[in-house]
Design a protein around this ligand. Structure first.
Ligand code: ADP
Ligand code: MG
Length: 262
């Protein structure tokens, strides 16, 4: 199983959209995909028609056993989605109580890695949608992954969030056997705006080895897809957004991204 995390210490940059778009395209290609919603806001869970405020069982259940994961529990928590090849490990608002805990002290840093290990035979790919805060959940997402995708909105100030994310990554890399490779993905790009053009230029100059050389454009069809509860490619396979995500997926599958040298 390939495990990718989608993370950035900033909200509204396209993390959930990117997670679902990539999962949808992998699923269209016949891959069995599990999407993991680690954001207590539960946008991905809502996207697929479940209410994170009322779900009785969620990823939160995985954290209730002192860092151990009871056999069979991850499988019991799976839900179906609009796509027959995508299963969801949902979020719930209860996850927020974990968010600010220090992962070192609680011993809960590997709960998601252990949970995915139990699903290794059932899925080809896992995609983890991460919360924007550094805490137990973010640490779990990064510890469980083989690759990190960092969506960055092409907007003034976005580079600050990216710098923070890369600092976090350096810290997490110290407790990993291998540094986590990452790819920066410019999102919500609007070529008519000064902010988009200049942010893209800054990213290209500052992170040449890690930057996906294209970008995800602003595309209202992506918003429409989320309202319809369908993956972007189920909703409109020919839209500009989906075409861009298809190119991104191809890049992620064929390039071994660089890891940061600490
Ligand atoms: P995050 O998970 O980082 O908070 P989301 O993926 O939820 O960000 O995106 C925030 C909002 O922007 C959502 O309403 C989403 O539908 C919309 N959105 C995301 N990417 C695009 C895009 N490329 N074009 C248009 N709208 C987008
Ligand atoms: Mg989100």
């Amino acid at each position: 199983m390939k495990v990718w995390a989608v993370a950035n210490q900033k909200g509204g940059v396209g993390k959930t959209t990117t997670s679902i778009a990539l999962a949808g395209l992998l699923a269209d290609a016949g891959k069995r995909v599990v999407v993991v919603d680690l954001d207590p806001h539960g946008s991905m869970t809502s996207y697929f028609g479940h209410d994170p405020d009322t779900l009785e069982h969620s990823c939160f259940d995985l954290f209730l056993h002192q860092g151990n994961v009871p056999p069979g529990l991850p499988k019991q928590l799976l839900h179906g989605t609009s796509h027959e090849n995508i299963s969801l490990l949902p979020s719930s608002t209860a996850l927020a109580t974990l968010e600010r805990q220090s992962p070192g002290q609680s011993g809960l840093g590997l709960v998601i890695a252990k949970s995915l290990a139990q699903l290794w035979e059932d899925f080809d790919h896992a995609i983890i949608d991460s919360p924007p805060l550094l805490g137990v959940l973010m640490v779990n997402a990064l510890a469980a992954s083989q690759q990190l995708v960092i969506p960055v909105q092409t907007e003034f100030l976005a580079v600050k969030g990216l710098e923070r994310m890369i600092t976090t990554l350096a810290m997490i890399n110290r407790s990993r056997k291998q540094a986590l490779p990452y790819t920066i993905v410019p999102t919500l790009f609007d070529r008519r705006t000064q902010a988009s053009m200049s942010t893209l230029r800054v990213l290209r100059n500052t992170y040449p080895e890690h930057l996906w050389p294209a970008y995800i454009p602003v595309d209202t069809r992506l918003r429409d897809a989320s309202r319809a509860g369908r993956t972007p490619s189920q909703f409109d396979a020919g839209s500009r957004g989906v075409i861009a995500y298809r190119a991104l997926l191809k890049h992620l599958l064929s390039h071994q991204p660089a890891a940061q040298v600490a």
